[in-house]
Design a protein around this ligand. Structure first.
Ligand code: UDX
Length: 459
């Protein structure tokens, strides 16, 4: 069908960086677009496609190559090698894909929604005269911080303990993303994050997985310079108690979730009695930290559901799972949204990855923030001091959060009087997140505007 025809459905390619925390929000966004009449196709790397454990539901998938079709990042051996080769091979294979789709009558591409971890996605879009929409998977605050480093307005290494960035509260150096605060700790990561801005002024849209009320000041500041639109949270609406979309299958998981075991176990627990513990798809805990966490969970005397990825399992204290089997369940991966949406869950010990932060907030779960690295310290700062939906744990001089501190924080957010405000705020933010994505809410209007510009490019 021709462009300009009323029935014409624009076609967007969705290009996430191949990591769980990036694919999840971009997949959910593509479903939201599909619901509004846009054709969307997820583009994954060939290796990732082979490893997908659950279907992407109704969204079609195409593949490109990162140069490591048999093992992805593990095959590359280092992040530097991976990023370099992806940059060499990726644009060519994306170009080939667009050419192929161009030649098939009804699949020609109109727009690429790309993860700025892959800034060349925009260059390819522009080569073909397509709309290029950047999609930030981290918070607007974190994006703003990296941008100020990119511009040279935050000088590294940081020497000041009071950092002022427009649109943000005054931050201490330890509230900065770890790649900045611990300068030199992960140069490749920092380079990827700063390179996000190398061609931002050419982007037709800058979409951010956040919502206006959550990050109002920084969104408004950024929107003075770029076409910024907050479109989140990208939580499937079924988890927000509103069946806005037919998005029953939210599934995409690189790791295989232990869904039945988790659900059965949760069904047998009392309302709000369970501590859910997870550190996302990448973070690694020191052995000592794992031991303290295990001791803390045991000392809390509460039920717990703990996600310990297979690669972390050997760090668990010997026999811990057996000894605590009456109170706890340890799984290697879970359906996190289903868990957070379950009535039995009362709090979330989290690393504060941006998805986990938004998911907890959208489902009204108070959090105990134990940030590990990357953007997580900044997210934890906002959770504890700005949105006040959780408490940030204090580490000792060795950087370890001790068992007693874990118990103190868990008790505070679940039972303590001191935590009453946190629990109330968690409910308040849940309502605001829901309002944003509900029909006519701020994020919904932004998505409508984006869709309408794709459908009527000349108006
Ligand atoms: C990474 C970074 O660490 C994070 O800080 C950044 O903002 C995004 O990329 P990750 O560490 O995996 O992501 O954390 P997070 O952003 O929380 O994403 C994890 C995703 O995996 C969430 O959507 C969560 O629902 C899902 N998950 C996690 C599961 O489905 N099951 C699990 O057992 C654990």
């Amino acid at each position: 069908m021709e462009k300009g025809n009323k029935e014409y459905k624009p076609h967007c390619l969705i290009l996430p960086f191949p990591l769980q925390g990036h694919i999840n929000p971009m997949l959910q966004f593509s479903k939201r677009l599909a619901h509004k009449g846009i054709r969307t196709t997820m583009v994954t790397t060939k290796y990732l496609f082979k490893t997908i454990q659950e279907s992407l539901g109704s969204i079609p998938v195409e593949t490109i190559s990162d140069g490591y079709d048999n093992g992805g990042l593990a095959e590359a051996g280092s992040a530097v090698a991976y990023v370099e080769k992806f940059l060499k091979i990726g644009p060519k294979t994306l170009t080939d894909l667009i050419e192929r789709l161009k030649n098939s009558s009804d699949s020609a591409v109109d727009c690429i929604i790309y993860d700025p971890f892959i800034p060349w996605g925009l260059d390819v879009a522009k080569k073909f005269g397509l709309v290029g929409a950047m999609f930030f998977t981290q918070s607007c605050a974190v994006d703003q911080i990296y941008y100020y480093v990119y511009k040279g307005e935050i000088k590294l290494p940081i020497t000041d303990n009071e950092i002022r960035v427009p649109g943000l509260p005054v931050l201490e150096s330890s509230d900065m993303p770890s790649f900045i605060y611990v300068y030199g700790s992960y140069p490749t990561g920092l380079e990827v994050l700063l390179n996000q801005f190398q061609n931002v002024e050419k982007a037709d849209w800058v979409l951010v997985n956040t919502f206006h009320k959550l990050e109002q000041e920084v969104i408004d500041w950024m929107a003075k310079f770029w076409p910024v639109k907050a479109i989140g949270p990208t939580i499937p609406s079924m988890y927000l108690d509103k069946m806005l979309l037919n998005d029953k299958e939210y599934g995409f998981s690189i790791l295989k979730p232990d869904t039945d075991a988790c659900k059965e176990w949760l069904h047998e627990r009392q309302t709000r009695s369970v501590i859910y513990v997870s550190f996302g798809s990448l973070a690694q805990l020191q052995v000592e930290q794992m031991e303290e966490l295990a001791k803390g969970l045991r000392m809390s005397n509460k039920c717990f559901l703990w996600v310990v990825r297979a690669s972390e399992e050997s760090k668990l204290p010997e026999n811990f799972a057996n000894e605590t089997s009456k109170k706890g369940l340890i799984v290697s991966w879970c359906p996190q949204l289903e868990v957070l949406a379950h009535d039995s869950v009362g709090c979330f010990i989290t690393h504060c990855g941006w998805n986990s932060t938004l998911e907890a907030m959208s489902l009204g779960i108070p959090v105990v923030a134990m940030p590990r690295w990357s953007d997580q310290c900044t997210n934890a700062k906002f959770v504890s001091d700005i949105w006040k939906t959780g408490i940030r744990t204090r580490a000792d001089e060795k950087g370890i959060v001790r068992d007693t501190e874990i118990v103190r924080c868990v008790e505070l957010v679940t039972d303590g009087d001191e935590g009453k405000e946190i629990r109330m705020n968690a409910i308040k933010w849940k309502e605001m997140a829901r309002e944003a994505v509900d029909k006519g809410g701020s994020s919904d209007r932004n998505i409508e505007e984006f869709v309408s510009a794709l459908v009527n490019p000349l108006s």
